[in-house]
Design a binder for this molecule. Structure first.
Ligand SMILES: [Zn+2]
Length: 196
């Protein structure tokens, strides 16, 4: 890993990459969020320890569930179920991966408040970090929820109207819920269309 490479990236690419950095902290290490909050996104100096610690979160989760049997690995999908569907639906080049994931995280936070008692304060804090990193939080593209749902259903299976979906109990503590329905997902996508 060469942190100097970061200095060569266009702003938008540097910022979208942080969507995954923020995601790793959000699912496993709330303390790391403080370090991300303390950073200046317009400064390309990234602490190599942050990079190492952040990657270690992903490595540990993959190690814990090498064969994808326990479901732990699914935690890495936080923000990705809806995010991927939006990314797949948006016209090519409209949204970078991390930007689509930022929208997916907002949807997942909405469902975490609704189904897992995540506090409004914690949601607001994680959204603020995305805003700090210039990541979009408003779905204002001309794409219908129905088409996003079609893309989502191609990606993930609904079993008796329910889908496995990663929620946060609190910042740093993610889990896989089997309680999320098609209607919940539609509601969450509609939520991301409302300005904040
Ligand atoms: Zn991703």
């Amino acid at each position: 890993m060469d942190p100097d490479v970061l200095a060569t990236l266009p702003d938008q690419v540097f910022h979208e990459g942080f969507a995954e950095v923020i995601k790793h902290a959000a699912i496993r290490d709330a303390g790391m969020l403080e370090k991300i909050e303390a950073m200046d996104p317009d400064d390309r100096k990234v602490d190599p320890d942050l990079i190492a610690d952040n990657l270690a979160i992903k490595a540990r989760i993959v190690e814990e569930d090498e064969r994808e049997t326990s479901g732990t690995r699914a935690l890495l999908n936080f923000g990705h179920t809806i995010g991927h569907a939006i990314e797949a639906t948006a016209e090519y080049g409209t949204l970078l991966h991390g930007e689509a994931i930022s929208l997916g995280v907002r949807a997942a936070l909405y469902l975490s408040e609704k189904k897992a008692d995540l506090s409004q304060e914690e949601t607001a804090r994680l959204l603020a970090i995305h805003r700090q990193w210039h990541l979009p939080l408003l779905l204002d593209l001309d794409i219908s929820t129905e088409v996003v749902m079609d893309a989502l259903a191609r990606d993930k299976k609904f079993t008796s109207g329910r889908i496995r979906f990663v929620l946060l109990k609190r910042l740093g503590e993610a889990f896989v819920s089997d309680e999320i329905t098609r209607e919940d997902i539609i509601e969450a996508i509609e939520h991301v269309r409302t300005p904040i």
